[in-house]
Every structure is written in C-alpha cells, then in structure tokens.
Write a protein that binds this ligand. Structure first.
Ligand code: SAH
Length: 366
C-alpha cells in the first residue's frame, strides 16, 4: 500500500515475468488510469466502542478479532463507504446495538453494499444475527431519506457462529432484492451472495482479452470451465456456435442460467459439478470442444482436468488465472503435453494489493 502505483505495476510485472517468461514473452501489464475507489463491493463488520458508547464499523485486523474502524478507503467505492457510515449513525440513533459474538446479543453483524458500475444501481444488505428487525420500517425510511440513490435493501439473517458474512435467509425490505450491471454489452444480475468480479473497469479488459485470445469465428464449440455466474461464456456465446459452462457452486449455476435468459442467449448450457470430473466424463464419451476457457480459483486446476483437456485436444486453451504460481505449474503440464503458450497478458485487477491476474493463450501443436 505504501508503494507508488507505477512501482506496484513494475513489481507485478517482475513477478509474472520471473514465473512465466520461460513459456513465452510476457506482455506489458495493463494497469488502471485511475487506480482508486475501484471496489464495487464493500463489506463492513459492525461492533461496539465501549468507551465512546458508539457503534463502529470496519474490518478485522488480520488473525484477530480486533475491529479496526474504517470511514473511507482509497480502493473502495466512495458512495458505498458513505452509506455504511450513515447506517452506523442510524444504528446509534435507533438504539440498535451491534451484534456481540461473545455474549450473543445485539443486532447488526455486517453491512454489505454493492454498486452496479454502469447502471448505478445500489444494493444494501444488512446482516443480523436475529430475524426480528426492531423499528424496521422507520429505519428503512430514514436510510432512504439520506441516500435516495439506494435501489434495493435486503435483510440477511445469519444466526451461525461463522466467519462467513452472509446467512442463507434474505428478506427484501425495499426494491427488487438484486441489482444489475453491464459488462462487454451483456447484462448481469447481482444478488446478495452471487460472485461478481469486484473491479468493473478491469474486468472488461480481462474478459475482452480472454475472448480475443479464443479467436472465435462464430461456429466454435466453447467450454467455459469454472464459469461462476456464466459471465465469460455468455459474452463469448455471441461469437461461438455453442457454449457449455461448468461450475461447482449450485447457486452460481442458478444465477448463470438466469443471466443467460436475461441476455436472450440460446446457445449456452450450464452444468453444476467439479470441472475435472465433468470434463473427464465428456472426454470418455468422445465429446470435443474447439476452445476451452478456464478460470480456476487460486489453487489452480486439477491434474484430472488438465489430463482430460489434453485428451480432448481443443484447438485453443485460454487460461485466466488469479495466481501466477499455480498458473506456472499448470502451464508446465500443458506445454509438455502438446500445447504451446502464444501470448501472456497480465492485467492489474486489484491495485494496492499484491494480487495479479494473468490471461494466457495456448494453441495445440500441429
Ligand atoms: N469465470 C467466473 C468465475 C471465476 S472464479 C468469473 O469471471 O466471474 C472461479 C470459480 O470456480 C468460482 O465460481 C468457484 O466456485 C469455481 N470452482 C472452484 N472449484 C471448482 C471445481 N473444482 N470445479 C468447477 N468449478 C469450481
């Protein structure tokens, strides 16, 4: 965080170069023109300052339960931060004490705000431990009076002793209960728990690069593995013959199906399951894809998945990675089993953090 932005980019470039230049020349990292306030999703934990007798909100210090108060943060959406500070003030004036984990008393545990970058829709999720929201209607009215730009408010109930922010139950208090946003000309629904990339400007850069690398001409069969809520596959479907997406998380698959409908995409199908097992079963049945897109979590892909890709022999593989270390490991496998890396493009999705995202184009050797 102390590093000037240009130095951060140099540092990330060096990291990617040292891990990946043995496979192919690494392009220059694509940074942001304005690397501040890019996070479109902000969550704050709520707690009690016993000396000041006031509600506080912020983040936990790492490996601890000490709540560090945050009013604003240089990488978070400014409107979202304002709304969280406002809710903190309202909680005090409505005498709503935040939840106390040790005593299991109090109400608000977390507040989560998500904003649609192109649509400007704003969702506020108030997470509590107990289902009864004291003076609920007046609280909602007061919040909307301060922030009429909020388009939906959801009450999420999380009674569990857990590190997860959200519980399973949602009650819509105002608006439609979700927001929408646009990426690369498609519209996506964002509900309280659905996964959505947090840096909208760079996500367009990342997705456009990945889809360019796929070199689609309109007729290809396209496999979108680790597809999340189907974003890459739905955008790619416009330029492909047919698309199949696979994803482990069932809720994400449900969102992917509704996203496909929302965009009138008829040549896409989704399947829930482990990408490796699923691809292995398809490969055994003799199924073929022209292009395989893969966007695995930080741990990278499984051996099983990589093995089955190499059995299936797609013309091209596009690998989107959020961890260059596991990417290097997986590229070693793919390049020693018939594939050649043709382009490597790092994209800075998370300025002021150590993370770096990378897209790789691989082609089958003739
Ligand atoms: N491509 C999407 C999501 C990428 S995040 C996007 O850009 O939005 C990686 C996704 O892989 C997550 O949604 C996670 O649930 C999923 N995942 C993790 N392990 C998996 C596995 N073994 N098989 C299939 N999907 C998996």
């Amino acid at each position: 965080m102390h590093m000037p932005y240009d130095d951060q980019l140099k540092y990330k470039q060096k990291t990617v170069n040292s891990l990946l230049s043995e496979f192919c020349k690494v392009n220059r990292i694509i940074g942001m023109d304005n690397p501040y306030h890019y996070r479109n999703k902000v969550q704050a934990a709520f707690g009690w300052d016993n000396r000041k007798k006031k509600c506080i909100s912020g983040v936990y210090q790492s490996n601890s339960h000490r709540l560090v108060p945050v009013d604003n943060c240089l990488i978070e959406d400014e409107k979202a931060d304002e709304i969280i500070v406002c809710i903190r003030g309202l909680a005090d004036s409505f005498k709503l004490r935040p939840y106390d984990e040790d005593r299991r008393t109090g109400f608000i545990r977390h507040v989560l705000v998500k904003r649609g970058f192109t649509t400007n829709e704003i969702m506020v999720v108030i997470v509590s431990a107990t289902p009864v929201f004291p003076s609920r209607n007046n609280f909602v009215k007061a919040l909307l009076k301060e922030h009429p730009e909020i388009t939906t408010i959801v009450h999420n109930i999380n009674p569990f002793d857990t590190n997860l922010v959200l519980g399973k139950q949602n009650k819509v208090l105002y608006g439609k209960g979700y927001i929408e946003d646009e990426l690369c000309g498609c519209t996506f629904r964002i509900s309280p728990s659905s996964f959505y990339q947090i840096n909208p400007v760079q996500t367009e850069v990342l997705y456009s690069t990945a889809i360019d690398y796929a070199e689609l001409t309109g007729s290809e069969s396209f496999f979108d593995s680790y597809c999340g809520t189907g974003t890459i596959g739905i955008i790619a479907a416009k330029k492909a013959g047919r698309v199949l997406g696979v994803e482990l998380n069932r809720d994400a698959v449900r969102d992917a199906i509704s996203n496909a409908k929302r965009n009138n995409t008829h040549n896409i199908y989704f399947q829930s399951g482990d990408a490796g097992e699923f691809l292995t079963a398809l490969a055994k049945e003799g199924e073929h894809f022209d292009v395989v897109m893969m966007d695995p979590p930080r741990a990278g892909s499984s051996k099983e998945f990589l093995k089955s890709v190499c059995t299936m022999k797609p013309k091209r593989i596009v690998y989107v990675s959020c961890n260059p270390v596991t990417l290097a490991r997986d590229l070693k496998y793919l390049t020693s089993h018939g594939y050649k890396a043709e382009a490597i493009q790092p994209v800075d999705m998370f300025p002021f953090t150590k993370h770096v995202e990378t897209v790789v184009k691989l082609s089958g050797e003739k």
